[in-house]
Write a protein that binds this ligand. Structure first.
Ligand code: ATP
Length: 353
């Protein structure tokens, strides 16, 4: 049985439905990210799990128990927010001890647990500091320790890294993942940063306008996006219009060039327009050994980005970007030059709207 289940969860604020039939099961110990643009409903789903918002429909269970009659403080959930939200007038020790004190735990037990938690986040030496005496990254680690101190059954993280600078964000996300795995705690992480979600999750839910567009492992989400929205939100991607030539042989046409897809086209009719996705890193001008498909077009522009030269070419009205790896002796293609882009047929994916 799954640990956390959301079945047909809905939420409306007045006449506006911001979460629509949200379904998801999360296993014990899993790290799941809700990824999506601002306003898609990620935080609202998280707040319903925490009990801060009441669903207008659907069922939510944790460890088999319906949560609808339980208040936030009865759900045994730990939460970390974007803003550090520490108690400013309390030391690090007292912040981490807070939940245990409220629960009436004896002092020796509290002190031992605080010591353990500060060891976990490697801040034992700052126990007597106040929040204003610490960096944003340190404060967020204390917020994590405070959330974990009460041994919650689920940890909810609402954009906990977005107020931090880029370098700290990367190191802290690795630390969060390592602590999560060490404790085996079921975790839901909200973010609008696709790299963050891809790097730390067991599974990702890509949310679009109040519903889950796709749920899958980071590899599935990145390599086989199910919808146009997922394809464009997760990474840079070429969207290419094509026409079905023969559904039986998976033959399609891009501009005036025919290509045979690896994926089945059987669900479409001859003459139908379909959308295809191709990642910039999938194609190459020179690596003919790994290729089984090619498109010829005219170079529109070539930008040197350091390790790669991002090149745009026009193929029958579709502008396709691809990355050429830079090495000594590489000559960037010139605008107007005719080039042939080679890739694997399996890299060209049909996506639905
Ligand atoms: P962000 O990344 O910007 O926080 P999000 O995906 O987490 O976005 P939510 O905060 O869940 O989005 O908000 C979803 C929608 O619900 C938004 O349009 C928001 O304006 C609306 N909303 C959220 N809370 C309320 C509320 N209490 N009353 C009315 N509308 C709300």
């Amino acid at each position: 049985m799954s640990f956390l289940t959301l079945t047909n969860i809905q939420k409306s604020f007045g006449p506006v439905q911001v979460v629509k039939n949200f379904n998801m099961t999360i296993e014990k110990g899993e790290f799941v990210s809700f990824l999506g643009p601002s306003g898609c409903g990620k935080t609202t789903v998280l707040r319903m799990i925490a009990g801060f918002e009441t669903p207008t429909g659907g069922t939510l269970t944790i460890n088999g128990k319906d949560q609808s009659s339980l208040k936030p403080n009865q759900r045994n959930i730990g939460m970390v927010f974007q803003a550090y939200a520490l108690f400013p007038n309390m030391t690090v020790h007292d912040n981490v001890a807070f939940g245990l004190k409220v629960a009436g735990a004896p002092k020796p037990e509290i002190d031992a647990r605080v010591k353990e938690m500060l060891g976990l986040i490697k801040l034992d030496h700052l126990a007597d500091r106040f929040p204003y005496q610490m960096s944003g990254g340190q404060q967020q680690r204390v917020a994590l320790a405070r959330a974990l101190a009460v041994k919650p059954q689920v940890l909810l993280l609402d954009e906990p890294l977005s107020a931090l600078d880029a370098k700290i964000r990367v190191s802290l996300r690795e630390e969060i993942r390592q602590i999560q795995q060490q404790l085996g705690i079921t975790t839901v992480f909200v973010t609008h940063d696709q790299e963050e979600a891809l790097s730390i999750s067991d599974r990702i839910v890509v949310m679009n306008a109040g519903k889950a567009d796709q749920i899958g492992s980071p590899f599935e989400i990145y390599n086989t996006p199910a919808t146009r929205f997922v394809a464009s939100f997760v990474g840079t991607l070429n969207l290419i219009e094509a026409t079905v030539v023969d559904p039986n042989t998976n033959r399609i046409q891009i501009g005036d060039q025919a290509v045979t897809l690896k994926q089945s086209v059987a669900a479409h009719k001859a003459g139908e327009t379909i959308s295809l996705a191709l990642r910039p890193e999938a194609g190459s001008l020179s690596d003919s050994a790994r290729s089984d498909t090619a498109l010829t077009g005219q170079v529109v522009s070539a930008h040197f980005l350091g390790s790669v030269i991002r090149t745009r070419m026009n193929v029958g009205g579709n502008v396709i970007s691809f990355d050429m790896f830079n090495s000594p002796g590489t000559t960037p293609p010139q605008a107007g030059e005719t080039v042939t882009l080679r890739f694997m047929a399996a890299d060209l994916l049909i996506i639905r709207d």
